[in-house]
Design a protein around this ligand. Sequence first.
Ligand code: GUN
Length: 290
Amino acid sequence: MTLLDGKKTSQDIKQEIAEAVQKLKAKNKKTPHLAAVLVGTDGASMTYVGAKVKACELVGFNSTLIDLPEETTETELLNEIKALNENNDIDGFIVQLPLPKHIDEQKVLMAVHPDKDVDGFHPTNVGKMALDLPTFLPATPFGIMELLERYKVPTSGKNVVVIGRSHIVGRPMSILMSQKRAAGDATVTVAHSRTQNLSKITKDADIIIAALGIPEFLTGDMVKDGVTIIDVGITRLEDATKKRGYRLAGDVHFESASKKSEFITPVPGGVGPMTIAMLLQNTLLACSRK
Ligand code: GUN
């Protein structure tokens, strides 16, 4: 069994980005600048946004955190987005999801200018991705493709099962894996909450991408020997024995599933750090193509 080490791989990528930033600064006198908008005080979202801002510092980017209260209205948020779209100093920005219930998420994502949409969530960029045109790939699927490629996990012609059909992970993942690209070229099945006899499908899979958001859902008895497992889930489970009062669980029951795996990602230290590295990669692209 080989661990797909997202922590180490993301450090390699961040090192490559840091070198590219130095070159960009010397040549064009430009420093990539990422802004992140956070609405409310959701614990996990605060952690993720904090990690994104810290990663910017590490690679030599400028970063701006726009921290808005939970009561922010949709109009106020749309005004912030308009200001970021028009601010020439900002190369790209993200609006951390989920948003409070009184705000229409789709309306907000549509308001981000596609050239600054480093999350790759705008319909224009989703369409370009689906057509295999150059664009910002959504960071989590992009990170998974990069991890598979760097570890040379065979994907061409393989049976890939994506569990989950979210707009952020499952759907784009299924599109990318089916395309003729490095770490793609696979035969893809998308399973979800209405799928019948899931075990029958997962047992036939060479690669499983678990992105359904149910902790420790995929167990060893659901997979075949030699499988590759990518665990996208990250849920805080209460655990009084831990200092913070919780532990992090993926969508995969690691202990049983890893025994059958050729390659598997850990949680934490798998997909999570890769997501951040690819957001930086997209921001570098946004800055260098301006
Ligand atoms: N929430 C969970 N994943 C993501 C992501 O990749 N980007 C943003 N903006 N919010 C998220």
